[in-house]
Design a protein around this ligand. Structure first.
Ligand SMILES: [Zn+2]
Length: 245
């Protein structure tokens, strides 16, 4: 990395995507650089932010103190910062297919540990979304490959709540209820993680939330499963998973 950083690089970024990729000179060799428009967008964004607040990047460079951990779906339509109007540095983010929290997933659990123990976030938001492709794939019994093992966690949610789900006639409504139940189950898993349990044992202020986002209207909905102490877990889960009749 040190060597790469020292390469003499002559760069010409295009400002118009229609002109095609930029050509760059690296160590005497011409190289094609793809996606110049994204780098160009970045330059403009950084300039705009700096003009609005000259201290913004220098302050961020000193460290991060986000109050929120966001555990969301990797879906490109659900960008954490944008939909809640937060700037860089204000929310710590973990995303995967269908916002699943598994106790043996060391990626997610490490993010959880770092967020709670080091950053000392005050809120953990598990956010799913209606029409989630991961949840839909899990609800259909098509076998794709490796991802089937990941979707198995959502199939378990479906099996657990099959009685309530089978009472819903409309396919879209049933899928959307499964999206909600998946959020509730994953928020429940967050509550039972060793990291959150230890934080509550130490009386640290920490709340777990379950939200769902509508890609059709851009609106977030609180699933009323907010839990801030271990004694609330069972009651919140029971109320939130109560069958819709
Ligand atoms: Zn999704």
């Amino acid at each position: 990395m040190r060597g790469l950083a020292r390469l003499p690089i002559c760069v010409q970024y295009g400002t118009n995507p229609s002109v095609g990729p930029a050509v760059v000179l690296v160590n005497g060799f011409f190289r094609m650089r793809l996606l110049p428009e994204l780098i160009d967008n970045n330059r403009k964004w950084a300039e705009t932010v700096s003009q609005t607040d000259p201290d913004f990047f220098p302050k961020l460079a000193k460290g991060q103190t986000p109050e929120f951990l966001w555990i969301g779906c990797a879906d490109s339509r659900v960008p954490a910062n944008q939909i809640v109007g937060l700037m860089p540095g204000e929310v710590f983010v973990h995303r995967n297919i269908a916002n699943v929290v598994v106790h043996s997933d060391f990626n997610c659990q490490s993010v959880l540990e770092y967020a709670v123990k080091v950053l000392q976030v005050k809120h953990i938001i598990v956010c799913g979304h209606y029409g989630c492709g991961g949840v839909k794939a899990a609800s259909e019994n098509h076998h794709v490959g490796l991802i089937d093992n990941w979707l198995r966690h959502i199939r378990d949610v479906r099996a657990k709540h099959s009685q309530a789900l089978d009472m819903i006639d409309d396919d879209d409504d049933r899928l959307n209820r499964l999206c909600e139940l998946n959020v509730i189950e994953q928020a429940h898993n967050v509550c039972h993680s060793t990291v959150v349990q230890e934080a509550w044992d130490a009386n640290k202020p920490l709340a777990v939330h379950g939200w769902i986002y509508g890609v059709k209207d851009g609106l977030l909905h609180d699933l009323d499963v907010t839990i801030s102490k271990p004694t609330e877990v069972a009651e919140a889960y029971r109320v939130a998973t109560n069958p819709i009749v």
